[in-house]
Design a protein. Structure first.
Length: 159
């Protein structure tokens, strides 16, 4: 079976890979057929997420704190155009049903690491495994199929 991938802007892709971010927020719900399946996290080429990071000191603090806690070198932490990790898409929730407050069951840093506006969807990623070596891959919008040779490289890095 083919592995699907999701392109995510950095710093968010890296935060997912290291487990500091658990929910990926999107304007669309994942297909039900993908829930419970493994998907690869791909760091997209867009610099938009890094521009947001540069302009938001609170996001910078949360990101650097998470990176340091994971033992990541923040000087060389971004790998645009690469697969960074593989995880299982656990479930999705409508962000309109989540209050952006502590006590909602969603960890507080998640509200800094995503767009929780009403009408969006939060995809919960579980069992995330970061790859020891990022694997270059041209990404796509939406969910896309990982080529067989790249899927083989990913499998070789999985425990």
């Amino acid at each position: 079976m083919s592995l699907l991938a999701l392109s995510v802007w950095d710093p968010y892709a890296t935060l997912l890979a290291i487990g500091a971010k658990v929910y990926e927020t999107r304007s669309w719900a994942p297909p039900m057929s993908v829930i419970g399946k493994r998907i690869a996290i791909h760091a997209g080429l867009s610099q938009e997420g890094l521009r947001i990071l540069a302009a938001d000191q609170s996001l910078q603090r949360a990101t650097w704190t998470a990176m340091h806690a994971a033992g990541r070198d923040t000087a060389q932490c971004w790998h645009p155009g690469c697969v960074l990790a593989v995880g299982t898409l656990g479930f999705q929730i409508s962000t309109g049903s989540i209050s952006a407050t502590v006590g909602s069951g969603v960890p507080p840093q998640e509200f800094q690491f995503g767009d929780w506006s009403p009408g969006r969807y939060a995809w919960k990623m579980m069992d995330m495994v970061a790859l020891s070596r990022p694997i270059p891959l041209i990404g796509r919008q939406g969910l896309f199929t990982v080529p067989f040779d790249i899927e083989t490289e990913i499998s070789a890095q999985m425990p």
